[in-house]
Design a binder for this molecule. Structure first.
Ligand code: ATP
Ligand code: MG
Length: 290
């Protein structure tokens, strides 16, 4: 299981984040960006952060360290903001913490150059995990000490919202046209050659073992949390082998940003999204541009 710490002080909310993450201090004297179990996005977002964040780290990508943070909602009693109070009250127990990168700035593709090998590794990784949240509109990358770091893997593995279709999703293409690193000639073939052999059943089993049980219990269709952990391993393993053949890098779209999908905001529409019920601007089911 993830290293567990106890929150000792709620410092401030991070207003840029849609899920209202906050900065907290913990009993290991660390400072973390905390994502709350009580947020509307739900606990699957936290599972995705752990599985994909740790997978990225194991593949050698820069992802800040992750921890599980035990929260006693009383630490928020003095917090003046009603919305924050409610979030804290709804989030007693284990929450996710990501090591806070002090002084980091948001990645700007016009101000920062990334080599094609590194761009390829990130795009390949995002294709593997079906990340729809690393577009030029919302890069979810920070620059810290001169290097790019990957954050926010909550909107990945869309298939874990629909288990019966999960394995079929492993065959789906990934449209990287709007990926924030698309302009850097990502060498996905080289990335696949380097990274795909590392994504073994053993590695994925280790990574999924880190997810706290309390975010996995009582998932419909699964008798045990370990059964659910195995359900994460299979699609990722299948996808790793050949996903590079299905990454497309076309013209970037200039259409206005679409609203966050319902499964992310907690106002889910019925799954699957059939023609006509899909998001108003949604033409890309599985790409970086949503
Ligand atoms: N580890 C970190 N160190 C420093 N700042 C961070 C870190 N993680 C997140 N932030 C800041 O907080 C913001 C929100 O974080 P994040 O994107 O993870 O939240 P979110 O609620 O999932 O956001 P959204 O869904 O709006 O993309 C980031 O854009 C960044 O500015
Ligand atoms: Mg974000």
């Amino acid at each position: 299981m993830l290293k567990e710490v106890v929150a000792t002080r709620y410092v401030t909310p991070l207003r840029e984040g849609g899920s209202l993450p906050g900065i907290v201090e913990a009993d290991d004297l660390g400072t973390y960006v905390m994502k709350f179990t009580g947020a509307g996005q739900g606990r699957k977002t936290l599972v995705a952060e752990v599985v994909c964040g740790l997978l990225g780290r194991r593949l050698g990508l820069r992802v800040p360290e992750l921890v599980a943070i035990q929260l006693d909602p009383v630490i928020g009693l003095g917090e003046p903001d009603q919305e924050v109070q409610e979030l804290l009250k709804a989030s007693g127990g284990l929450n996710l913490g990501m090591d806070y990168l002090p002084g980091s700035i948001g990645f700007d593709p016009l101000a920062y150059e990334v080599g094609s090998a590194e761009a390829g590794r990130v795009v390949w990784f995002d294709a593997l995990i079906n990340n729809v949240d690393r577009s030029w509109r919302n890069p979810n990358m920070l620059v810290w000490h001169g290097d790019p770091w990957l954050i926010d893997h909550g909107a990945t593995m869309i298939w874990h919202h629909n288990w019966p279709g999960a394995e079929a999703s492993a065959a789906k293409p990934y449209d990287a046209s709007d990926h924030v690193l698309a302009p850097f000639a990502p060498d996905v073939a080289a990335a696949a050659e380097e990274l795909a052999p590392l994504v073994t059943e053993e590695l994925l089993t280790e990574v999924t073992a880190e997810v706290p049980d309390e975010w996995l219990v009582d998932e419909p269709g699964f008798a045990t949390t370990d059964e659910l952990r195995r359900a994460y391993v299979r699609p990722l393993l299948a996808r790793a082998a050949t996903v590079h053949e299905r990454i497309t890098l076309g013209e970037r779209t200039e259409r206005p940003a679409s609203a966050a999908p319902g499964w992310l905001t907690g106002h889910a529409r019925p799954w699957p999204h059939t023609a006509g019920t899909k998001g108003a601007t949604g033409t890309k089911e599985d790409g970086a541009g949503e």
